[in-house]
Ligand binder design. Structure first.
Ligand SMILES: [Mg+2]
Length: 125
């Protein structure tokens, strides 16, 4: 994986959340942003993201990162998914950073690195 010179290192989650919140407020779209609707929109955007990979081989899907035009289309769909994730967090008053950190702690407990390194299997319940 490679990273281009990026503003991710200097942009805060709060800034991006505000970008989405302002966009919604300026259009008075909060009335449409019931959590149910936003979660569905998020899933629809995830499907639009998947469409770009639907019929590709695993290898071809990896090569997409070196195809600027296709990569730009994928970036737009990823931005839609993330944008609706922010919108959902905004509607529900969720702190994304806390939620992600807490879930990663849970994931690390569920998939200890020494047991799962280089392999995946569904853990026993
Ligand atoms: Mg889209």
């Amino acid at each position: 994986m490679h990273f281009m010179a990026s503003s991710d290192d200097t942009t805060t989650v709060a800034e991006l959340r505000k970008l989405v919140a302002d966009f919604v407020a300026e259009r008075d779209w909060s009335q449409f942003h019931a959590p149910k609707n936003v979660s569905m929109a998020l899933a629809i955007e995830a499907a639009e993201l998947m469409e770009h990979f639907q019929w590709l081989t695993l290898e071809a899907s990896r090569e997409l990162s070196s195809q600027p035009e296709k990569l730009a289309e994928v970036a737009e769909e990823l931005a839609d998914v993330i944008g609706y994730s922010f919108a959902l967090a905004n509607e529900l008053g969720l702190d994304i950073s806390s939620a992600v950190r807490a879930k990663m702690v849970k994931n690390a407990q569920k998939y200890p690195a020494e047991k799962y390194r280089g392999k995946y299997e569904r853990p026993k319940k």
